[in-house]
Design a protein around this ligand. Structure first.
Ligand SMILES: [Fe+2]
Length: 302
């Protein structure tokens, strides 16, 4: 599940080496984050003071609004948070574009967020609880089948971030499509392609987002709704959450980084604190193995 790229292996990687690993449903582990991190002074502000000031479970820089959500713009912590998130966002974009040029072609570079809270035992809404294992569905708006690439950095100075997984999307879907109501005698996947009404809604939201930038996050598509259905099934299903056969735990060391297609690998965060999460949508058209993309796994099953 984990494919480690230390500096020596990174130096000899070709333009498709890392993206092939990601497309095949594995996690690229970078023992030492290869991207320049924010200044230590800004990192200290984020680690020491942010948890008491945030209004959501994380703070996120949203490029379409050029602002940080989850923190009062008048907060004295805002400038350091804005600076750290915007700089890191550009640094990761540059590194991923250089390292995986084919995958990142015309990618939509999205949010960059920071999670200052301890993940273990957090009492929040079950569908939002990140410790329950799931595959991601939607990322600040509709994906329309494009892939949700995440780059994460553990900046806790001494503690690992711990994930659990029960395999890649293909294998999880193969085991659970019936119970989730997607296949079988009464199952249905439904249509995955947009119809005229879907197109109209997307066009409307695009128009509104010219005035209200965050309206973009309301966009959806039949594929994204199907993924949300599967996401909710996974989080609600004791059969899936308690499945021990395919369960693996993964530890990410302090100052390490990792990349994953969050729609293509099941994951839950068991514990850890102080993590950056960068997101990009990479076009389905860039895939080297399109048949492994969730939308095509669903199309094949439909
Ligand atoms: Fe997730």
């Amino acid at each position: 599940m984990l494919e480690t790229f230390d500096a020596a292996r990174l130096a000899t990687a070709g333009p498709r080496t890392l993206s092939d690993v990601l497309e095949q449903g594995r996690i690229v582990y970078l023992p030492r984050c290869p991207v320049e991190l924010p200044d230590e002074a800004d990192l200290d502000v984020l680690r020491d003071q942010l948890a008491g000031a945030i209004t959501r479970k994380n703070v996120s820089y949203h490029p379409e609004a050029d602002s940080v959500r989850g923190l009062d713009p008048k907060s004295p912590l805002y400038p350091a948070t804005y600076r750290a998130l915007t700089r890191l966002r550009l640094n990761i974009a540059g590194w991923t574009q250089r390292t995986m040029p084919d995958l990142l072609r015309n990618a939509d570079i999205g949010t960059c967020s920071f999670r200052p809270m301890e993940e273990a035992g957090r009492a929040i809404d079950a569908h939002k609880a990140s410790e329950l294992i799931h595959v991601d569905a939607g990322a600040y708006g509709a994906t329309n089948g494009d892939r949700i690439l995440r780059f994460l950095v553990n900046v806790h100075p001494t503690r690992d971030r711990v994930w659990a997984s029960k395999g890649d999307f293909r294998s999880v879907f193969a085991r659970h499509a019936g119970r989730a109501g997607f296949t079988g005698p009464n199952g249905h996947i439904g249509r995955l392609e947009k119809n005229a009404l879907d197109e109209l809604l997307s066009a409307l939201l695009k128009g509104v987002s010219a005035v209200v930038p965050l309206a973009k996050v309301l966009d959806t598509s039949p594929y994204d709704r199907a993924m949300k259905r599967f996401h909710d099934y996974l989080k609600d299903s004791p059969e899936f959450q308690n499945e021990i056969q395919h369960h693996v735990e993964i530890r990410f060391a302090p100052y390490s980084a990792w990349m994953v297609f969050a729609d293509g690998v099941s994951h839950g965060c068991l514990s850890g604190q102080h993590c950056f999460i960068w997101t990009a949508l990479t076009p389905l058209a860039n895939a080297h193995f399109p048949e492994l993309a969730p939308i095509n796994v669903l199309r094949a099953a439909a």
